[in-house]
Design a protein around this ligand. Sequence first.
Ligand code: MTE
Ligand code: MO
Length: 180
Amino acid sequence: MVIPWVGFSLSEILKKAQPKSSAQYVAFTTLLDKEQMPEQSSRLATIKWPYQEGLRLDEAMHPLCILAVGLYGKVLPNQNGAPLRLVVPWKYGFKSIKSIVGITLTEKQPATSWNSLAPQEYGFYANVNPRVDHPRWSQAKERRLPNSLLNPNIVPTQMFNGYGEEVASLYSSMDLKKQY
Ligand SMILES: Nc1nc2c(c(=O)[nH]1)N[C@H]1C(S)=C(S)[C@@H](COP(=O)(O)O)O[C@H]1N2
Ligand SMILES: [Mo]
C-alpha cells in the first residue's frame, strides 16, 4: 500500500544527540501500557512486550528513513502509531515500530521483536528482497492495494522496494541471503 506519510528524517533527531564514534546501531522501544494496549496482557506466547526494533546507524542516518507524525495530511491516529512511528521505505512492511517512547544509540546490534520470536523467519535487516524467500512463502510478488477480485493487482516485488539506487550501497559488502 502506498501511503503519503507526514514526518521528518530520523537523521535530524540523531544528529542532535551527537552520536559517539562507538555508536553503531539505533534501538527503538514502544510504550508499555496494558490498559491502552490490551494485547500486551495476552498470555499467549507471542512477542515479549514492549515491541522493539533496531537499525544500523548508517541505515538510520539515511535521509529516506522517516519518523512519521501523520499520514494523508492528518495527525497519526493511535492505531497507526501515534505520536511517532518509524517508516523505512526499503524495508516496507518491516521495521514499522509504532508509538516510540525511546531511541537509544548502541554499540551492539539490538534485539528486535520478530527476530527474537522467530530468527529463522525474520532477520535483523528485513530488507524488501524478492530474491530471498521467507521459509514458508515466496516474497517475489506482492498484492497492491487497491485491488479486487477481478483486478487482484499482483505485481513483482522490487529489490529494496524500488529504492535500490538510493540504498543498495549500504549493503554492498553483505550477502543478503545470509543477512536477511
Ligand atoms: N509498537 C508496535 N509497533 C508495531 C507492532 C506492534 O505490535 N507494536 N506490530 C508491527 C507489525 S507485525 C505490523 S504488520 C505493523 C502493522 O501496522 P501497519 O499496517 O500500520 O504497518 O505494525 C508493526 N509495528
Ligand atoms: Mo505483522
